[in-house]
Design a protein around this ligand. Structure first.
Ligand SMILES: [Mg+2]
Length: 418
């Protein structure tokens, strides 16, 4: 298979920016924290800190225990974005950037003779040099080259820091076989257990498994087939094994076919979808909302009876997992809706999902608070039933849905949308 993709992943990005900008931090264990508080968690750790077991998500008190000499630095989002832009520029001077995946990851396509292994490797080296030149010599990255985007990313993960791995046909099986099952993107602990149930305990067994078995493991023939082909280096569009969306929709009961009623239900659906998304371990990067209208004027009956006219809108935002953040976007979208019409059904969908373990926690304390609050709420609701706690008064809901009927009907409602 030709080497079609080159994936760049900056090493310990936020911590490296700090070490780049402050020479006194170089060679020392550094952790970047969102705010000076013992209860907060590290959002990045330098390689020197990682050697002590400190990683993204390690609470400050624990990091201090693991590594007493650790230096904590408060995150500075603006400088990280400036550095990100320099890196995109540096990469772009060697190869067009196909897609920026996140603040510290991007992917490029290789064409023509760039696909020859030695050429691809030379380009990888050129990119590293360009990044050092434009962003600084402390800005190391791991680069992976592979026949598809997934394998290129996996190649980048194979050597950290400062790796450059080319997964050419000849070394592909050997390189894949020594991985852990959880090194495959989309394979978390839960999926690993499922693989085990089907007799797959090693990467070698995963690579040898028939498409049919993979389909059974993933519960979808299509995803199984995709994995089967990806492992073999085919350029399959889309990322397999990843959940694509979390969505909810609801037909409004007659008394809620009003502006505030519809919005109330939409808030409730958002609340539910966000909780479900957190439960299955994803963050969202986009949301869509839709309304179907009851259309009495239409003389020809619609096959489904109601709701011939509809409206919908969507938007992107920095990946997040918290209910308030998502509600904010939903409310903004809702405000764009043209007035008029009797809402009959509302729906919303969370898309551009990425696994929580590969998401970067927010740099902003308020947003992290929202995420913590959302998780605390999930815990209470798990314990006492689905709707004990909810964001009843959020974002103007108090004014916009004064009757609160949406919330008094929850038991019935939950059964219907589950
Ligand atoms: Mg990285």
């Amino acid at each position: 298979m030709p080497l079609r993709y080159l994936f760049i992943d900056m090493n310990s990005f936020f911590a490296s920016v700090e070490q780049q900008d402050d020479k006194t931090l170089r060679g020392r264990p550094v952790a970047v924290i969102p705010t000076r508080a013992e209860t907060t968690s590290c959002i990045a750790a330098s390689y020197e800190a990682k050697a002590f077991g400190v990683k993204t998500g390690t609470p400050v008190w624990e990091a201090r225990k693991l590594c007493p000499r650790i230096v904590f630095v408060e995150a500075d989002h603006k400088r990280y974005v400036v550095m990100h832009n320099r890196i995109v520029e540096a990469v772009g001077s060697c190869l067009p950037v196909e897609r920026v995946v996140s603040i510290d990851e991007m992917v490029c396509k290789l064409i023509g003779d760039e696909r020859a292994p030695e050429k691809a490797e030379a380009i990888g080296r050129r990119i590293k040099t360009a990044i050092y030149g434009r962003a600084g010599d402390y800005m190391r990255c791991s680069i992976g080259v592979g026949p598809n985007e997934v394998l290129a990313k996996m190649a980048a993960d194979m050597k950290k820091p400062d790796g450059l791995t080319v997964l050419a046909d000849a070394d592909l099986p050997e390189n894949l076989h020594r991985l852990k099952l959880t090194d495959f993107p989309g394979v978390g602990r839960r999926m690993e257990r499922r693989l085990n149930l089907y007799g797959i305990f090693t990467a070698h067994q995963l690579c040898a498994a028939p498409a049919k078995t993979l389909g059974a493991v993933w519960g979808s023939r299509m995803i199984g087939e995709k994995w089967y082909r990806l492992i073999r280096g085919e350029d399959v569009p889309g990322k397999p094994g990843r959940r694509q969306t979390v969505s909810h929709s609801h037909v409004l009961p007659p008394e809620l076919r009003t502006e505030p009623g519809a919005f109330g239900i939409l808030v409730r659906l958002t609340h539910k979808a966000a909780a479900r998304m957190r439960k299955i371990g994803y963050w969202a990067g986009a949301v869509g909302v839709s309304v179907r209208y009851k259309d009495d004027e239409v003389t020809t009956p619609d096959p489904v009876g109601w709701g011939r006219t509809s409206w919908g809108a969507g938007c992107r935002f920095p990946h997040c997992e918290d209910t308030p953040g998502i509600l904010r976007e939903v409310s903004n979208l809702w405000r764009r809706r043209p007035p008029g019409g009797v809402p009959f059904k509302v729906g919303m969908v969370l898309t551009d999902l990425r696994p929580a373990r590969s998401a970067t926690p927010s740099l902003f304390p308020e947003e992290r608070q929202d995420a913590d609050l959302s998780r605390a709420m999930d815990a209470v609701n798990r314990e006492f039933g689905a709707s004990v706690v909810y964001f009843g008064s959020m974002y103007g809901m108090r004014d916009q849905a004064p009757n609160r009927i949406a919330f008094t009907q929850i038991p019935d409602f939950d059964r219907q949308v589950s």
